[in-house]
Design a binder for this molecule. Structure first.
Ligand code: SF4
Ligand code: SF4
Length: 256
């Protein structure tokens, strides 16, 4: 695996057209600054627990919450994302970040990957070619920059610890539609005030039994997927061009 050096050129390319996955505290701060947020929901059928030692399944399990779709056990993965088209609302005209000292973890970690199962590929990043020199970032496939290692650890811990809280926010807002994992996303743009209120009252934690029994509905743009899900006891419906509650379906595949 290639060794990778890196030095940010402050070109600002990575600060455009994004959905930034935020922690709860970061999401509250983002909304308080007037930014827009989305909730991105996917469901993983989870009829049985995977065999021990399946690291990828354990990673997904730790960052999702149990629920039901009809009689099918599922795990719901929810991303709290700051969403913007064009330049980030915090980006100044000279490409400086206006909240540099308070910028989210994901901005501090970029271009490194947070998910340990995703390889860092410089060609897939927005950084110019002269950014790929400077300090050692990766050696033999491992991130070696101490600050980045620490920040990735913080991000992974928050993502895991806050999974039940993200579920609680969705239930609080009455959201329970999700795409089948790896086939698409359901993206919801909630009212900012309602989301902020739901995030601020998260210190009252809902018992897991209550979230585990919550009913979620699959949304898909493929009839074959829906038929399969319904045949194993799930509930679901076809994606419609306009969905209720500022939600929309983003499929990875053409409708069929
Ligand atoms: S918060 Fe700052 S670093 Fe992050 S995308 Fe916006 S301008 Fe860029
Ligand atoms: S695209 Fe890369 S080089 Fe440019 S500001 Fe972002 S991290 Fe730095």
């Amino acid at each position: 695996m290639d060794d990778i050096d890196f030095g940010c050129t402050s070109c600002g390319k990575c600060c455009h057209d994004l959905r930034l996955a935020l922690t709860i505290a970061e999401a509250i701060a983002w909304l308080e600054r007037g930014g827009q947020m989305e909730l991105i929901c996917e469901a993983i059928p989870w009829p049985v627990e995977p065999e021990p030692g399946n690291a990828q399944a354990e990673y997904k399990r730790a960052r999702s919450s149990p629920a039901m779709s009809g009689s099918l056990p599922v795990r719901i993965s929810i991303v709290l994302a700051a969403a913007f088209g064009g330049a980030c609302p915090n980006l100044h005209a000279d490409m400086r970040c206006g909240i540099y000292e308070q910028r989210p973890l994901v901005c501090r970690i970029y271009p490194a990957e947070i998910n340990p199962f995703v390889e860092l590929v410089p060609e897939n990043k927005g950084c110019p070619s002269d950014a790929w020199q400077g300090e050692p970032l990766q050696r033999q496939g491992m991130i070696v920059d101490a600050t980045t290692v620490e920040l990735i650890g913080q991000s992974r811990r928050a993502n895991q610890l806050e999974a039940p809280l993200r579920m609680q926010v969705c239930l609080d807002l009455g959201l329970n539609d999700a795409a089948l994992a790896n086939e698409g996303f359901v993206m919801v743009s909630p009212d900012s005030d309602a989301l902020l209120t739901a995030l601020r009252r998260l210190h009252v934690t809902m018992p897991e039994a209550q979230t585990a029994a919550a009913q979620w509905t699959f949304v898909s743009n493929r009839t074959g997927t829906l038929e399969t899900l319904l045949s194993v006891g799930a509930t679901g419906h076809l994606a419609e061009p306009t969905m209720a509650g500022n939600a929309r379906y983003h499929g990875f595949f053409p409708p069929s």
